[in-house]
Design a binder for this molecule. Structure first.
Ligand SMILES: [Zn+2]
Length: 470
């Protein structure tokens, strides 16, 4: 009985096809949360697929309702499954989501389809293979191999939380965590979603950037007026919106709004991200080194700083321009921001800057009701050091550590509401086509991930685990 055997047993599940069998069964469920008609399917996936599988692993499951149901969506209930071995033992919370984006039938490459896994070389095609059924299934199966090798006892407690609405913005997740703090009480979150920094680079990330979307709008008149008859004597909404944007972000992507920058990066955050590679994957764009905040290198700009992006803009009809001053113009902009940014001040700071620049006539509003807040765990904390040591022991080199990913996740539910240190170990990569046709997982990553997770779960049952709340 050894750590090496646990890792070998977990990886054997990839080699002999058992992991693929489990995943094929789960991918066959069309759990599209973006399709309201799929509501019943989401609940059945939990009761008919997940509950029996978890029972065989010694979990007791409960299906609990969404405290904030949205009748227009099919976000489904929550599954909480617990394996309790002892009061004084550490407890890990594992999170995953069983819903997927739409299958997009008919748009997959010849020979591929969403609800049936097709293996081609290293690629396991199917909706949910990467996002997120494949990732949480790896974690549960690696956990089970550790339990079997240890004679049926892990040496720690496990709570699994599966949601069925992640792809529609996790409605009710925050309220659910708030309502069930006691049920979800744990010492640490270990979860898997999103991509590695690169396919061959095992990665540990600790939080995510927040996103705040805003709309700028100038609505000057009921209709357009001929530019020859009226141009030069009536104000042009498109010109005004373009210049309003320019006072917020300059032509080289540099933020121009004082209150929107985060506090200075800590030494531990800068040290963690300074040498990380950005891009370089097969479908990645070329990095523009002269774009963005000055004094930072690309990984610092991406993982350690805030950026204002123009997402969409419109005036007139670009496909069929006419000789007229357009009646109105609009733009949607977004601030991606790191932890430490005063999120409540984003809208007021933008308003203040617009007014200072003379754009009192530009309307500004938050484009989404709820902004996803930023989270970050300091890389220099005991749980992070513990996870880095475990992963390093398994793979023979240190993983890349990201204090936060560039994108967004509902991690504030775990970091802020439940107050947990959050360790994310992604098992996918940027070119996995997660929200498009041809989504796939890489068999090579799945195999390495089974080893990494078996190592982490093995070590969680050993001495040397960071202090936990008894
Ligand atoms: Zn997704």
């Amino acid at each position: 009985m050894s750590r090496e055997t646990a890792i070998a047993n977990a990886q054997a599940m990839v080699d002999d096809g058992r992991l693929l069998d489990v995943l094929s069964r789960r991918v066959a469920w069309p759990t599209e949360s973006q399709e309201p008609a799929r509501g019943p399917e989401l609940g059945r996936f939990l009761t008919e697929e997940m509950v029996p599988a978890l029972e065989a692993m010694g979990f007791e499951s409960q299906i609990l309702p969404n405290p904030k149901p949205n009748p227009k969506m099919a976000e489904g209930p929550f599954l909480v499954a617990k394996r309790v071995e002892g009061e004084g033992l550490p407890t890990v919370l594992i999170y995953g989501h069983g819903d997927t984006v739409r299958g997009m039938e008919g748009r997959w490459r010849e020979g591929l389809e969403p609800w049936k896994i097709v293996v081609e070389g290293d690629r396991w095609y199917g909706r949910g293979t990467a996002d997120n059924k494949g990732q949480y299934t790896i974690n549960l199966e690696a956990l089970e191999q550790v339990r079997l090798l240890r004679g049926g006892e892990l040496g720690f407690n496990v709570t699994l939380l599966l949601e069925m609405g992640e792809e529609v913005g996790s409605p009710g997740l925050q309220e659910f965590c708030d309502l069930h703090r006691e049920l979800l009480k744990a010492d640490v979150l270990i979860a898997s979603d999103g991509p590695r920094l690169a396919a061959s680079q095992p990665t540990l990330f600790l939080g995510s950037r927040g996103a705040f979307n805003m709309t700028l709008r100038v609505n000057a008149r009921e209709r357009g007026y001929h530019s020859g008859n009226w141009g030069g004597v009536i104000r042009n909404p498109a010109t005004i919106v373009a210049n309003a944007i320019a006072c917020l972000v300059d032509g080289r992507g540099r933020l121009q709004v004082e209150g929107l920058n985060p506090p200075p990066m800590s030494n531990s955050v800068r040290a963690a991200i300074h040498d990380l590679p950005v891009g370089g994957g097969e479908t990645d764009p070329e990095i523009d080194v002269d774009w963005g905040t000055e004094g930072l290198n690309p990984p610092e700009r991406l993982f350690g700083w805030n950026t204002l992006e123009v997402l969409a803009m419109g005036a007139g009809d670009p496909a069929a321009p006419v000789n007229a001053v357009p009646p109105n113009a609009t733009a949607t902009i977004q601030l991606r921001y790191v932890a430490g940014t005063d999120a409540a001040n984003i809208l007021p700071a933008v308003r203040k800057r617009l007014d200072e620049c003379g754009f009192q006539g530009v309307e500004l509003m938050a484009a989404r009701g709820e902004a996803a807040p930023a989270t970050r765990l300091d890389p220099d904390t005991p749980w992070v050091r513990w996870a880095v040591a475990s992963m390093s022991k398994t793979i023979g080199a240190a993983p890349a550590v990201l204090p936060n990913i560039g994108g967004s996740l509902p991690n504030h539910c775990f970091a802020d509401v439940l107050g947990l240190p959050t360790l994310w170990v992604p098992h996918s990569y940027a070119a996995c086509a997660q929200h498009a046709p041809d989504e796939h997982m890489l068999g090579s990553i799945a195999r390495e991930a089974m080893g990494i997770m078996a190592g982490l779960f093995w070590d969680l049952g050993e001495a040397g685990v960071p202090a936990h709340k008894a």
